[in-house]
Ligand binder design. Structure first.
Ligand code: IMP
Ligand code: MG
Length: 333
């Protein structure tokens, strides 16, 4: 087996969907698998000029690749079927969609409970309560839902019956929302780091590349205060269209935190890094980031991007870094 993993380096919303889309197009994957999270994630994907927002179904579906919802995910059956129907109507082959039989379900009582949240600023999709029941051993599995029967697979049989599996594992959210590595309790209830992909039946020695995806600035959605008091950040929000794909909430913005990025790159074991949305800073014409706890300003895009590379683990491996400034495609700036 060969496994590549795509993870978010910040607080989610790094445009991971764009990167998985690109990798699916050029790679020879037999499977694409979502490995954590539930309907809280929203991947915006532009395919053949059409915009799709998916919450559950991995990007492989757009390329005729078997698309798996892994054992680390939690699934709302009703939302799953409405997403499936939308993709089917768009002409995509939904028979490629598979669900790990040991994935957990989000129930109505989970939604009701999450709807009352005021402390974390959750997406109100029932994630926290569903994972709580999973770990409390009082949850419901996908194989307990009759209507999911045609989609169910056993991950062991699916991934280990042949030696030819090449799988792309796509993470939801990002390092700073990981239940252990993020700013607890302002986190999500699953693991968003590369190690989490392996819990879905991927042995450690199968891992080939870990693609860490970030943005050249930072955003966060939720209850804690994140955005400094400076009008530049509402400009970044507007130019960068920093509004949630799932909830429509506006994202708080801040400069890139290079210290946090390095933590994330190292703990994920990123072999490649993509930093998106360079065009947004071009448009607002400000080049700043935080490093070693201080704000640093730069005169030009080049100066800042070079500084980023030379202050990450990629300083001796520049060819594994991509800066992208195109909204729909992964193109270099
Ligand atoms: P939950 O995952 O819905 O429980 O939300 C917990 C925290 O994670 C909140 O701050 C959410 O805004 C944030 N969050 C969850 N999923 C995403 C995502 O896909 N993108 C960005 N933030 C997210
Ligand atoms: Mg998102």
């Amino acid at each position: 087996m060969i496994a590549d993993i795509v993870v978010g380096l910040q607080h989610g919303d790094e445009a991971k969907g764009k990167v998985t889309h690109h990798l699916c197009k050029d790679g020879d994957y037999t499977h694409v698998m979502r490995f954590n999270g539930g309907g809280n994630a929203g991947h915006t994907i532009y395919h053949n000029g059409q915009k799709f927002v998916t919450h559950y179904i991995p990007a492989g579906i757009f390329y005729g690749i078997t698309s798996v919802i892994g054992s680390g995910c939690v699934l709302n059956v009703r939302d799953f079927f409405s997403e499936l129907e939308e993709l089917r109507k768009a002409g995509l082959d939904t028979s490629l969609v598979k669900i790990a039989n040991n994935c957990h379900l989000i129930r109505n009582d989970h939604l009701e409970e999450d709807n009352k949240d005021e402390k974390i600023g959750t997406t109100k999709k029932g994630n926290g309560p569903a994972y709580r029941n999973k770990y409390n051993r009082t949850g419901m599995l996908a194989k307990d839902a009759l209507e999911l029967e045609p989609f169910l697979i056993d991950l062991y049989e699916e991934l280990h019956s042949s030696d030819d599996v090449i799988i792309l594992c796509e993470g939801a959210q990002g390092f700073q929302l990981d239940i252990d590595w993020g700013d607890y309790p302002y986190v999500t209830s699953s693991h968003c780091i590369a190690a989490s992909a392996r819990l879905n039946g991927i042995p450690p020695q199968a891992v080939r590349h870990v693609w860490g995806v970030g943005k050249v600035y930072d955003t966060y959605v939720g209850q804690k205060d994140f955005e400094p008091d400076d009008p530049i950040f509402s400009q970044i929000r507007d130019v960068g269209e920093e509004y949630g794909a799932t909830t429509g909430r506006s994202r708080q913005c801040n400069w890139l935190d290079l210290d946090a990025l390095n933590r994330s790159l190292k703990i994920n074991g990123a072999t490649h890094m993509v930093l998106n949305k360079v065009d947004v800073l071009q448009k607002v014409n400000r080049w700043s980031l935080k490093h070693l706890g201080k704000l640093k300003d730069f005169q030009s895009q080049n100066e800042m991007l070079q500084y980023i590379v030379s202050n990450t683990p990629f300083k001796d491996n520049v060819s594994n870094v991509m800066f992208s400034g195109n909204k729909h495609n992964l193109s270099l700036v």
